[in-house]
Write a protein that binds this ligand. Structure first.
Ligand SMILES: C[S@@+](CC[C@H](N)C(=O)[O-])C[C@H]1O[C@@H](n2cnc3c(N)ncnc32)[C@H](O)[C@@H]1O
Length: 357
């Protein structure tokens, strides 16, 4: 089934951005402090805004950077000049550009028995009582080859930070397509899912048009709020106990240059330093209240689900202490893994808070 990002706003993004657009002035710099896949940030870019995108996790910052700071057709001039073999790679994509030449080259690399192979594939973990099978041996080797090459090119200064982020974003998206899981990297499936047997293939991302001047931060949102002043901020904090750092540990590892030490049946790296208080039922409301107190913004746009840790009544109470509150609701299909029964629709709310101070 590939990987789905819990609480992503892909289906709601046009509604969210049109509400932001009808509220704030053109040209405003907008914060997206829990950027996740970067879908809202990308759509804000497309609407002409400059964005401050932030997340606790490296791979989320990589996704945001890739979409925000690259033009729709990046040329990779430096890399093509330094590594002529990239130009010679036969192009598997119809449209030939610097970008697709680089992806063709990566797609043709010979596999490498690196960290992903030796930690997450059956061949690499055959000495374990239960070998891990997140990826087929071939795909794990292909992921290693691409990951090593992309990071090496960056170390050699053949890629800018933004191009490096884009290639990692493409690798992570390709990896998500062939992951043998039920929807997150929390565990792998015992039998092989059909799509997991397909070969890994990096494909060009659809990058939004729009300005290229954006800021990427990797901070705790509450800390960032204490140091930032923006006229509008979009907030999409986690609302369940699912910790993103553990559910998405594999993209996090791919995005980083160093390999973590891992343990247990699923090969989980130590993720506790990236644990979020928003995922704790007893801490979530205090965290949100603290964030809103720290923020210096005329408008706050908050996405939250009616099944989240903070109940709608509690949320109204907290928000109305910080300004005038307006509520928009959407029906949104709940995230579910394919091992869960269908649990129906849930309502997602967008609260708009206009500061009265
Ligand atoms: C609901 S998701 C955001 C989804 C995003 N809007 C999208 O469309 O993909 C919540 C995000 O908040 C991040 N996060 C959790 N706690 C955080 C914190 N204290 N500071 C910054 N980011 C945090 C998680 O890593 C996750 O990416």
């Amino acid at each position: 089934m590939g990987i789905r990002f819990i609480g992503h706003k892909k289906k709601l993004v046009s509604d969210i951005v049109s509400i932001i657009d009808s509220t704030v002035e053109d040209g405003t710099q907008v914060g997206d402090f829990f950027t996740g896949t970067g879908s809202v940030a990308a759509s804000l870019k497309n609407a002409g805004y400059s964005v401050v995108a932030n997340d606790l996790l490296t791979h989320c910052c990589i996704s945001a950077r890739a979409q925000l700071r690259n033009p729709p057709q990046p040329e990779f001039e430096m890399l093509l000049e330094q590594v002529p073999a990239v130009q010679d790679a036969g192009n598997q994509f119809i449209q030939r550009s610097g970008y697709t030449q680089v992806l063709s080259y990566l797609n043709q690399l010979d596999g490498v028995e690196g960290f992903i192979y030796s930690t997450y594939s059956p061949g690499g973990t055959s000495n374990r009582e239960e070998p891990r099978q997140y990826f087929t041996d071939e795909n794990a080797k292909a992921i290693d080859a691409c990951r090593q090459r992309i990071h090496r090119w960056h170390d050699q200064n053949y890629l800018s930070d933004d191009e490096h982020a884009l290639l990692l974003y493409d690798l992570i998206r390709a990896t998500n397509e062939v992951a043998n899981t039920a929807g997150t990297y929390g565990a792998y499936l015992k039998s092989w899912y059909e799509r997991a047997k397909e070969p890994l293939e990096l494909t060009p991302a659809e990058l939004p048009e729009g300005p290229l001047e954006h800021e990427i931060q990797q901070r705790d949102a509450n800390e960032l709020a204490r140091e930032t002043s923006l006229s509008a901020v979009y907030l999409d904090p986690p609302y369940t106990k699912r910790q993103y750092a553990s559910y998405y540990h594999l993209p996090e590892t791919i995005a980083k240059k160093e390999n973590p030490s891992v343990s247990g049946k699923t090969g989980l790296p130590n993720w506790e330093s990236k644990s979020s208080d928003y995922c704790h039922k007893r801490r979530a409301s205090g965290q949100l209240d603290d964030l809103l107190s720290a923020l210096d913004a005329e408008y706050v746009f908050l996405s939250y689900s009616d099944e989240g840790h903070i109940t709608p009544d509690e949320l109204n109470e907290i928000l109305s202490e910080h300004g005038e509150v307006e509520l928009h609701t959407f029906d949104h299909r709940r995230y579910k893994s394919n091992t869960e029964a269908d649990s129906g629709d849930l309502t997602e709310a967008l609260y708009v808070v206009q500061s009265t101070s």
